[in-house]
Write a protein that binds this ligand. Sequence first.
Ligand code: COI
Length: 354
Amino acid sequence: MAQFPTTRTTTPKQKPADDTLAFGKVLTDHMFLMNHEEGKGWHNPRIEPYGPLSLDPATSVLHYGQAIFDGLKAFRGDDGQIRLFRPDRHAERFNRSARLMSMPEVPVDIIRASFDALVGLDADWVPRKGGTSLYLRPTIIATDVMLGVHPAHSLLYFLILSPVGSYYKEGVKPVRILATDKHVRAVKGGTGEAKTAANYAQSLAGQQDAAAQGYTQVLYLDGVHRKYLDEVGTMNIMVKIGDEVITPPLAGTILDGVTRASTLQLMRDWGLKVSERAITIDEVMEAGRSGALKEMWGTGTAAVVSPVGTLGYKGEDVTINGGETGELTQKLYDAIVGIQYGRTNDPHGWTSVV
Ligand code: COI
């Protein structure tokens, strides 16, 4: 493992009990930091006690939102080993977000080394209870101090860690999703493919609307026709209609989810009929009414595989699989989680022991 200059905390925090963990409310004892300046590139990697960043009020990220992040998890297996799930793929996606947001890429080996070093140092923070994990949040922010709009020369890479339980308050129970043609998440040529702060800031209004109507999340439709399924914002979406599993294609507006790719691979391994194709909300609602919509679920690092029990659209609700978790949804959840905790073999080599 690469060694980075490390200042250990002298005041370690009290760790929460595993059964009290929600998502992202508690941060660990240390953080990884690294700077970028023009002419110097990425330099000064270091680990410090977790704590506030000091930023000038004119720092460009605070005004123009040039910021990217990613999210991945470390799992403590039944064998006691700590495994990262698909860290290389997350590092590559992080760099794709960097390119899309005009930020310098970070060499993948440095990103990977930062994951291993920080998780290794804060290893006691990886929770033990089933369904819990340590969430890694690598981030880059633009730190130029000036108010002109321009791609930053000075940037800060940081990595923070949070022990987490379920993302949704429902836990692994089916969630209620509202499809909306009022709010749009992204359009082609925009930032929809990037994991950038703005995508999440602009999702809040739709989220509030959905919550006010008793739904957990919003299902966004495409920004042009407002009829094709896009994604949920916190997860990609999949439907099983008859014997075909359908998920929107990677066509420039949705995130290239790592759990999306992993579940697609597993279903193809299992010989299922899987299509990455455009599908309209009308087709899905009609399938819901007729009973052809067998299952619906979301995939994401935070969400894992989350069953959808109810889909609302234009004042109508369809209940999917009697509001219960479907058989395939459960099988996918079990397969992903089995690999993540090292309970089953890992045929594609997705996990990496820290
Ligand atoms: C993730 O699944 O890692 C996400 O980033 C979704 C959300 C927590 C922002």
